[in-house]
Structures are given as C-alpha cells and as structure tokens.
Write a protein that binds this ligand. Sequence first.
Ligand code: ADP
Ligand code: MG
Length: 683
Amino acid sequence: MAVDPICGMQVDEKTATITKTVNGKKYYFCSSNCLAAFEAPEKDFANLKRILMLSAGLTIVILLLMFAVNVPYENYILLVLASIVQFYPGFRYYKGMLDAFKAKTANMDTLVAIGTSAAWAYSVYGLFTNSNSLYFDTSALIITFILLGKFLEDVAKGRASQALKKLMDLTPRTAIVVRAQGEVEIPVSEIKTEDICIVKPGEKIPTDGIVIFGHSEVDESIITGESMPVSKSIGDKVIGGTINKSELLKIKATKVGQDTLLAQIVELVSSAHMSKVPVQRLADQVSGYFVPAVIFVAIASGFYWHYASANITFVLTVAVSVLIIACPCALGLATPTALLLGIGKGAEAGILIRNGEALESAGKVDTVIFDKTGTITEGRPEVTGLHLMQIEKPLFLKYAVIAEKGSSHPIAKAIVDYSDIRLEKHKEAESHQIIPGKGVKAKFQNAYILVGNKALLKDENISIDGFEYEIHDLEMQGQTVVLVAYNHKFIGAVSIADKLKKEARSAVESLKKQGIDVYMITGDNEKVASHIAREAGIINIFAQALPQDKLKKIKELQSHGAVVAMVGDGVNDGPALAAADVGIAVGAGTDIAKESGGIVLIKSDMRDVISAIKLSKYIMAKVKQNLFWAFFYNVAAIPIAAGVLYPITGTLLNPAIAALAMAFSSVSVVANSLLIKNFKVRK
Ligand code: ADP
Ligand code: MG
C-alpha cells in the first residue's frame, strides 16, 4: 500500500492502473490518472529495519559469548544463534543467489551467500570435530554489516527521491471551473480540455491553457527556474503549477492530466533512474564476468595458501575475505542515484535531459550548431517594409496572407499579423503546398500564389528583374526579403527582420571560452545569415541550408570526429536534431513529448545550452566516480584480501572488516550522488 503523493489516494497492487517492474523495482501508476509512475514503496524497508535489528542484536550476543563471558554449552548456543542469523536475516542472499542461478548468472548475493556459508559451515565442522576453531562471529558480522550498508543506502536513496517529491508537490490539487451551474471547485484530475478555469491572484494555475481574460504576472520559476515573473495577457500560454501573482485570470484548458507539462516533467524525472548511460552498460558487462572471476580467485588463493602450508583457518579467512570484499553491490547504485538527482536538478531549472544517452553525449560535446530563427534570434520576425510592383497594398497583402495562412513558419505569422486581414471563408486558398526551406505555394482562384525566397521563384522561372539590387541592399542590413508572385508574375516583396536575442553574444562567447566550436545554420540566405552571425559573434555559418542540408552538415562535422549538439526550435529542424549526437530543443512551450531533442530547454535562452552541457558533464563525472567507488575500489582490495601483503605485514584482512568496507562502498556511492543537490545549474 502506498499513498499517491499528488492526490492522496491509497494505491496498492490491485488499485493501481498499471504496475510495472523495472530492474526488480516496482512502479505504480495512480488510477485517478493524476500522475505518472511513482516507485512502489519497498515493502522491505520496515522489514529490513527489523531484520537488521535482529541480526545486529544476535551478533552482539555472539561476540559477547565468544570474547567476554563464559556460559555452559557456549558453543552450542553459538551454533544456534549464528544459524538463525545465517538463515533468517541471511535468507535474502540465498534467495538472491538462487534467482540469479535460475537466470544462469551469479551476482553479489551469490558472493555473500557463498562467503558466509563457508565461514558458518567451517565453524559447524569445527564444533563437531572439536577442533576449536569457531568463526560464528565472522558469518554473523558479515551479514549484519551488509544489511547495515543496505539500510543506510535505502535511507540515502529516500533522500534522493525528495527532489521528485518536491516536483510532485507542485501539482495543484483543485481548480475553480465555470460550469452550467456556475463556478465550482473540482479536483484537478476532473478538468477537461476546453474547460474555463478561474485563477485568483496568489493561486496556482491548475493546468496548461491559454489566457482568455485578464492580464497578470505569473511566476514560472518552478518550471523554468527563472525567478522574474512573466506577464501574461489574452492569448498567452500558461503552464499548470505556475503561480498567478497579481490579477484574476480566466484560462481555457488546453492540456490536462498526463499531457500537462508538469506531469510530463514528473514522469521524466521519475523514470530518470531507470535510464542507462552507455558507460554503465560496460560496467554491467564486466560485472557479468566479475562474479565468477571472484569465485575463481577466492578458490585459487585458498589453494595457493594451502600449498604454502598455511592452516585451514588461514585459507578460509583468505577465501571468505576475497568473496566479500569483491562483492560489487554498489554497482547497481552508481548510475541510478546520480541520474535521479542530476536529471531532477536540471528539471528544476527547466533543463530536461531525457535519457542517459543524451546525458552522456552532452557531456562530450565539442561543437554546437545553432539554428538561426527562434534560437539565435527572437523567432518573432516583424515586417519592416513593403516593396510593391504596380499593385495596391491591400490586394498585395491579401494575396500574401492567403498563401501564408497555410504555413506555420514564423515569417508567415509576421506577415499575417502585420496585414491585420481576417480572411472570409471564400477567400481561403484551395490548396497549400509547403516547400521546405523555400516558402509556400497556394492555389487561389485558378492562379498560384508563391511566397518565399529567391530559390522558390527561380524554381518556377519567375523573373525578379530589376529588383535584385534592392534585395541585395536590404539583405546587407540583415533583413530577410520575402518575395511574392501571383499568377507567374513577381508582384512585390516584404522585408522582415528578427531581433537577435539579448543573451546571444555572451552565450556564444562563453561556449567558445569552454573550447566549444560554435556554428550557425539557417535556411535564410548568406547575407542575412552573416549579418546576424556577426552580431552574435559567430564565425562559422552554413546559410541557405535546406532541411536535408542541415542534416548533411551535421554528418560532415561528425565524420571529422566532432561531437555535435544541434540546437533548434524543433519545428522544422527535427531531422537535424535527431541526427546530432545530442539534439537540444529550445523554448519547447508545453509539449515536451513531441520534441525530438534528447535535451529540452523550456526557456528559450541560449545560455541554458551551456548550463545543460555543464550539468551533463557534472552528472557524468559523478557516475564515473560512483562506478570507481563501486568497482575499482573492490578490485583493488582483492589482492589485499587474498593475502598478498601477508608476507610483509604478517596480518590478514579480517572478513568482517571486508564486509564493513563493502558496505562503506555502497554508502559512499549514494553519498557522492547526494552531493549533486548542491550543484548550481546556472552560475
Ligand atoms: P530557418 O529556420 O533556418 O530560418 P527555414 O528552412 O525555416 O530556415 O526557411 C528558410 C527560408 O525559406 C526562410 O528564410 C524564408 O526565406 C523561406 N521561407 C520558408 N518558409 C516560408 C514562408 N512560409 N513564407 C515565406 N518564406 C518562407
Ligand atoms: Mg527554423
């Protein structure tokens, strides 16, 4: 039984809509549909605590009996106590060994089970042959220490998932909705799209929507990490979970339930630790061979010392120590804890890293390509002038608008907004054809309207004689010149300009400072492109690139060994985003599910590209440190356990100390991941 942190509903295996098991962990999906997956509570946790207490208590008694007090039948009491520890708290390791064995593998449980069984069995043998060498303390201590490690690890993991709980807590619970009977307060899970919600000042916006009444300041910091409130008025998009600061707003719900941005972010973060980074795969592969290898080393060193005529106690100590110290139980923690905390950290700042692959590549990026429109520029181009060829302005605009109505390109929006023309039904085009990287072609009253660049008109053999010079002039000033043709005749042009983003220059500069090559790519022509690039401080440009050229350029850079991040708005550069080592989609608005980027930046701020790369590098460093602590640390200790230092020091590694060291390696991994909490995503 678990309580859904969002709606407070009690969920268990029967009432959960779906129960999913990944990597042996169970996940529930709340049936009220309010939330993505959340981790089923480890039924074991309370259990684990109890078993640990029992194991520790018995072990203390065993130690007292062996070293402090003398009682009658002491050895038999020891046998009973140690056997309880061995087969009750220690049962999980036998079970784990068996499960692994069935799957034809061996894992850490195998090592613990064999190691402790050896110590226990040898003590039993000693007891009945009266050989006086009893090691019941060893097997009990190992089990207690390993349980302690697991317990501490669970405590620390609980702290790791607090980041997720914090995010979940942001989801509003109720909303005021306008219904036939008036305004009613309903649970957020019952809002439907198209519902009108009333959001008073100081309240959370209940779901993703569009403002239909009022204007106010909205605090979006929980989604974007940006502390400055954003002003919202009619027609603006708002995000569920953000806070309405000053005036009453009415919004129309556009996305509800699982489709809202916040729900998607929660889903993303909650599945983050299931994601794998490629380096972990390597570690997994190695660990497949690792356990059998350790068993081999344990046996081999046992034989060695036996032939070096050490006594059986010595031989056993070596073998058990090797088995225990080498146990790679922290390995399974190395990546998930770092990813959960790191990806959660990014999400708080509006930087959504979607999976381990994107993370690993982003950490290695040495080349960043920015799309121009909407990425380096504001993406809100405005009409700066009209250039008409013997045609009246209203008619010219009418043709342009009829064609552009069929396009979602920012240029189209600029022209439509500028004209202020509302099309009547019969003035709509019969058909639209989008010609990527060039413009649009619309059929209207048996004639074609073309709106686009020179290439478009050239394709149709329409001459723009006499206008070339003016185009050149405008383009030198950074203006995009959009040509309009009607019925095979060039009828005029619209000049359009898009402002450089204010942070562009500083963002490019800091990327370069980090040794990253910066490129700009655009479908726009050379002159406009170089004008913008110069302002942004970018030297490398690819202009007049059709969508497939963008792809080719990326492949070309990759073939020279570059690790490429492509940054775009994800609208017409989807294929390029997908082809890059890591696609970074900016200004995603409210639909991260559709984006093809491996990283999605909710804010459309170029500096977040640097933050994303830095964060990825940082998380990857943590993953690698963790793998080191979990793995190489164990490997390095094997020779010591095997008695390599014995001829010098004259002492062996105590198996109980080996168990403690191993528990420490798990805890150190989790603690190292917890340090991610202190990372500043934006400096
Ligand atoms: P980018 O996003 O890199 O600026 P696009 O591939 O979207 O490039 O467009 C390239 C060029 O094609 C634009 O600069 C413009 O000249 C022309 N174009 C594309 N779509 C339209 C449109 N709907 N209306 C007018 N021109 C367009
Ligand atoms: Mg574009």
